[in-house]
Design a protein around this ligand. Structure first.
Ligand code: GRF
Length: 209
């Protein structure tokens, strides 16, 4: 038996691609669906290229209850057990969070709880880290609740901030870590789900400075 995962993405989808590349034939989980809120999302093209089922659920200008209804009916249609946000730039509607307790993950390109929340996405995050003078940043995989970037943390990995780093340089190094960390964290969670265990915080060897 495998945990059936849906990835939600609004953008290019490099994390979606990394998840696809790391899911193992004999592993604990399988991506069965890609959902986007944007017709033009690069992630949709990546999914179609491998013949994966895709669905677009538009969010702009719609009330949350309608988005929730459409999302829940799609998730039920494909028997989805786990939702993986990968660059999904919208709040997950409350009804979806309520239906999937501890079954929605997100990846964030900083060490939460710092540098998270509304507006903290893309280069804004890396610019804020550099401006703060912090010597390290990183990536965080966390459970999703009704607020941006607030749910409990499942896995974190540090990335040093180098002297003179631009936001783009830091983003590139953090993204490399994200691409490994997300699938490892999903694996960790899905093994716990299948064993009917509560997942523990995942510990990882940290990069040396
Ligand atoms: C990543 O940095 C992720 O941490 C954040 O959004 C970005 C998505 O990038 N939530 P991609 O679309 O997966 O390339």
């Amino acid at each position: 038996m495998k945990v059936r995962a849906a990835v939600f993405a609004s953008g290019g989808g490099s994390n979606f691609q990394a998840l696809l590349d790391h899911q193992e034939a004999e592993g604990a989980w399988e991506i069965v669906l890609l959902v986007s809120n944007r017709e033009s999302a690069g992630a949709l093209g990546r999914a179609r290229a491998v013949g994966m089922t895709t669905e677009v659920v538009k969010t702009d200008g719609r009330v949350a209850a309608d988005v929730a209804r459409d999302t829940l009916s799609i998730l039920a249609k494909y028997s989805v057990d786990l939702i993986l946000l990968a660059g999904y730039l919208r709040l997950v509607p409350e009804a979806v969070v309520a239906r999937y307790p501890q079954r929605i993950l997100n990846i964030h390109p900083a060490l939460l709880p710092a540098f998270g929340g509304a507006g903290m996405y893309g280069m804004n995050v890396h610019r804020a880290v550099i401006d703060s003078g912090k010597l390290e940043s990183g990536a965080t995989v966390h459970f999703v609740d009704e607020e941006y970037d607030r749910g409990s943390i499942l896995a974190q990995q540090r990335v040093p901030v180098n002297l003179g780093d631009t936001p783009e340089e830091l983003a590139r190094r953090v993204l490399e870590v994200e691409h490994r960390l997300y699938s490892e964290a999903v694996d960790h969670l899905c093994k716990a789900i299948l064993a009917e265990r509560k997942p523990t915080l995942m510990t990882l060897p940290q990069e040396k400075r």
